[in-house]
Design a protein around this ligand. Structure first.
Ligand SMILES: Cc1cc2nc3c(=O)[nH]c(=O)nc-3n(C[C@H](O)[C@H](O)[C@H](O)COP(=O)(O)OP(=O)(O)OC[C@H]3O[C@@H](n4cnc5c(N)ncnc54)[C@H](O)[C@@H]3O)c2cc1C
Length: 391
């Protein structure tokens, strides 16, 4: 039995997210893109409406939404502004290691901290010298009585300058690769923690990206998530949960690119016809729609598998497929949409260039497209069982 019918509650949630995207995000998306300001006011509205911290269970004050609910919400938001959606959704990325690997006491302390009022969370694995290779983290942690001492630099951290809480990954001194990685809940006011200047970016300018500097930062041992050496697994489990959402954001952005392209093609004339009458343009638009449909199905399935608590391999590969196809197709669709705008697509005053700049990040963060292919191919060569006899 398979069904694609949303429940009434999910339909209402999607409508609420669409209304928020149309009324609160879209009208200011160009402003925040041009000024690079942090969109706190918009994030505050998302928080008030229950469109943030989606995966935090209700018992800890969150909306307690399923993974499928979350992809419905972020597709709508990203159709209005990718950068603001990242700024809003990163709280889920920051909270996920606590939801997945936190003790009851840690959940009771830190999840309501994020939900009671607007507080921001960041997730920090990446460093100046590594991003894809999570097992290559160089930031160290060392036990000192009832604390750990953290030293190192994190880089690329979304909402880094504004976060009230960070989940920071570090390795036990003297350990190598995956074995010694640990994850810590680190409050903003931790002595020895500071942040760098906001990094100037090609796109996603409505999201803050910053370095985190840790100099003998003392973190209570009770803030260690899941025990020593659990960090790598926790990071990977977090990505299984969050990658479908990136696929959904890519779907939302691509959908808007297609809608802009259709609208423009219907108006623009060349050779005494609207360009929508040319088969070359029609084919581009038809391909966009077909790909968007496929992107959405992949994200829904990946999110559904997370909700079903499917086995790790199945879920991991489905999440990587959703993110890979979402990111690659969004880039292709927005490139074609810009092409349909012709020279105007290249001008700042038209919206397509923003979508083009924003889309690129989906191929990079939360694991590059090459890393998603690595995850998928590793499964195919190691676990996949051929379905036909005799090969
Ligand atoms: C705007 C922005 C926001 C971000 N937010 C966060 C955040 O909140 N938290 C966080 O921790 N990180 C964040 N990141 C970091 C992001 O996850 C990394 O940039 C990404 O994982 C790639 O790492 P890297 O930049 O070090 O590239 P590298 O890992 O150095 O990769 C360079 C190139 O080599 C390829 N490559 C690497 N390894 C392989 C391999 N095994 N096989 C094939 N190709 C390979 C990559 O695909 C890429 O093309 C953010 C990045 C950006 C740009």
């Amino acid at each position: 039995m398979i069904g694609f019918q949303l429940t009434d509650e999910q339909t209402r949630l999607r409508e609420k997210a669409r209304k928020f995207a149309l009324e609160e995000v879209l009208p200011v998306s160009s402003h925040y893109d041009q000024n690079g300001e942090f969109p706190r006011e918009v994030i505050e509205k998302a928080h008030k409406l229950g469109l943030m911290n989606l995966g935090i269970p209700t018992e800890y004050g969150g909306p307690g939404k399923s993974s499928l609910d979350s992809v419905l919400v972020v597709e709508e938001m990203a159709a209005a502004c990718a950068g603001m959606t990242t700024s809003i959704y990163v709280n889920d990325l920051g909270a996920a290691p606590i939801v997945i690997g936190g003790s009851k006491a840690q959940k009771e302390k830190w999840l309501p901290f994020l939900t009671k009022e607007l507080r921001l969370a960041s997730f920090a694995t990446s460093e100046p010298g590594m991003g894809s290779d999570v097992a290559g983290i160089k930031t160290t942690c060392e036990r000192d009585g009832d604390h750990y001492i953290l030293n190192g630099n994190k880089f690329w951290i979304t909402n880094g300058n504004f976060a009230d809480l960070y989940v920071i990954f570090a390795r036990l001194k003297g350990t190598k690769r995956h074995e010694g990685l640990c994850a810590f809940i680190v409050p903003r006011d931790t002595e020895g923690l500071s942040t760098g200047k906001p990094l100037k970016k090609l796109g996603h300018r409505a999201s803050d990206t910053a370095a985190i500097i840790l100099r003998n930062a003392r973190v209570p041992a009770e803030n260690l998530l899941g025990g020593e050496g659990i960090g790598f697994m926790l990071a990977m489990m977090t990505f299984v949960y969050t990658r479908p959402a990136i696929g959904a954001m890519a779907t939302g952005l691509a959908r808007s690119a297609m809608e802009y392209a259709i609208n423009y093609a219907k108006q623009r004339e060349a050779f005494e016809h609207t360009i929508s009458s040319f088969q070359a343009i029609q084919e581009m638009i038809a391909d966009m729609y077909a790909r968007i449909e496929a992107m959405r199905l992949l994200t829904w399935r990946a999110a559904w598998l997370v909700d079903q608590q499917a086995d790790q391999h199945t879920s991991n590969v489905a999440s990587s497929c959703a993110k890979l196809v979402g990111a690659e197709d969004a880039m292709r669709i927005v490139t074609d949409a810009l092409q349909i705008y012709g020279g105007k697509g290249y001008l700042e005053q038209y919206p397509i260039q923003k979508l083009f700049r924003d889309a690129k990040l989906y191929q990079i963060y939360e694991g590059t497209s090459q890393i998603q292919r690595y995850v998928i191919s590793r499964f195919l060569f190691k676990q996949y069982q051929p379905l036909m006899q005799g090969f």
